[in-house]
Design a protein around this ligand. Structure first.
Ligand SMILES: [Zn+2]
Length: 199
């Protein structure tokens, strides 16, 4: 399945290079010789298969452990990459996620892995935000989950003149984060504070 995907994407990139030829570029020089294959490899690092992602999410959630901890767990400012479904151009996300455990606790590194994993789908940022909240709430059976995402969409930033700095901001809350405004606010205050400067 993956080979078939690679084959098709590679063919598409080769045709794209031919389009550059029509624009007057010397596509027969060395730099373009292997571009179709290289571009397909790169693209498939930004987008992973549905089954593969489902399986990894499954494994990740299965590796939760029981712990006597019921305070908010936050993983903030995770830098993730994906592509938008409208232009297939890269999106750079900064994703913060939080949940309030009931019985199952997920290792903190698993939270960033989850964010990076679900980013590698050609879906809208709104969808990514909601899906992350849903996994942390329903699949983890937590008391609540919250997600805050900022996206730098190259389809916006690299075109036109006004959108260079534009960030798309989305958030989603479930459970306690939805029912208690103070909890939601605490989360938003924590994730929108400037990051600690270590350098
Ligand atoms: Zn786009």
């Amino acid at each position: 399945m993956k080979d078939a995907a690679h084959e098709k994407i590679q063919t598409a990139y080769r045709i794209l290079v031919e389009g550059l030829g029509e624009l007057g570029y010397s596509i027969h020089d060395d730099n373009f010789r292997d571009t179709g294959r290289r571009a397909a490899n790169a693209f498939l690092e930004l987008v992973r298969g549905v089954d593969e992602i489902d399986r990894e999410v499954e494994e990740l959630v299965a590796r939760s452990f029981s712990a006597q901890y019921d305070e908010m767990v936050i993983s903030k400012h995770n830098v993730c990459f994906g592509v938008c479904p409208h232009h297939l151009l890269p999106v750079i996300y900064r994703v913060s996620v939080a949940y309030l455990p009931s019985e199952k606790v997920l290792g903190i590194s698993k939270l960033s892995r989850l964010a990076r994993l679900l980013s590698k789908r050609p879906v809208l940022q709104e969808q990514l935000t909601q899906d992350l909240a849903e996994v942390l709430y329903s699949r983890l059976q937590s008391r609540g989950a919250a997600v805050y995402a900022e996206g730098l969409h190259l389809c916006m930033a690299a075109r036109g003149t006004e959108a260079h700095e534009a960030r798309v901001v989305t958030s989603a809350v479930r459970g306690v984060f939805r029912d208690q405004p103070a909890t939601r606010q605490e989360f938003l205050d924590l994730v929108t504070a400037p990051p600690l400067s270590l350098l």
